[in-house]
Write a protein that binds this ligand. Sequence first.
Ligand SMILES: [Zn+2]
Length: 251
Amino acid sequence: MMSINFGKGRDNRFFSTPKSLPLLDIKTLVNQNASVLIVAPHPDDETLGCGGAIALLRQLNLPVSIVVVSDGTKSHPNSLAYPPPALKKLREQESLAALAILGVAPEAVTFLGMPDGAVNLASASAKAIAFCQQYLQNTTPSIIFLPWRKDPHPDHRASWQLFAVATENLTNPPRLIEYPIWDWDIKQRQDFSESVTAWRLDISSVLKLKQQAIAQYRSQISDLISDDPAGFRLSAEMLQNFTQPWEIYLE
Ligand SMILES: [Zn+2]
């Protein structure tokens, strides 16, 4: 595969000049027997990071399943209108609506419901790892899209770790492809301390679908939850990174 290896200790300049990366077609990534799992640390990461890939894979009629690791309840911690149980439910509904637009049925979506902001292997315990191992044995994905292992957000790193551990002893190890989210924010961006191969996936034919899917996450992009001044909101600047006609992936 054509790609650029940025090498150990090199900077991650591709976030400032992403167009220098090779642009791949979805058909170079998968064959007709592929089955794909997308791991999302929070409800919305799958759509922001991989929404184009999901839509393209579903258009090829390939099975795509989704695991959402955390419950997303830390986005508006002070809202009285949406206390944690209501917020959890809202964010699940938003995920299912977004994924339906991308061609994924609710049956293919699993919510692990781990505590938002506190996903880590220590607290996840053997139970979460065992669940993921069992899930992988049942679904046997040939490709897993994971959050980038060095993402500035700890839940993203922990979600990578959870599945990295769970895939360790599989008889048919899947291909692991990682997607960046918070490295797009220049204030949070980390220096890459390891060798990565980066490329772009051409999603121009499904960009409109991806935009419609992102729009389902009203709790994250609008004033839907208006009673928490400390509430989270994806900035227009951040959103712009996820509505390009391509998505960046790292291996
Ligand atoms: Zn996230």
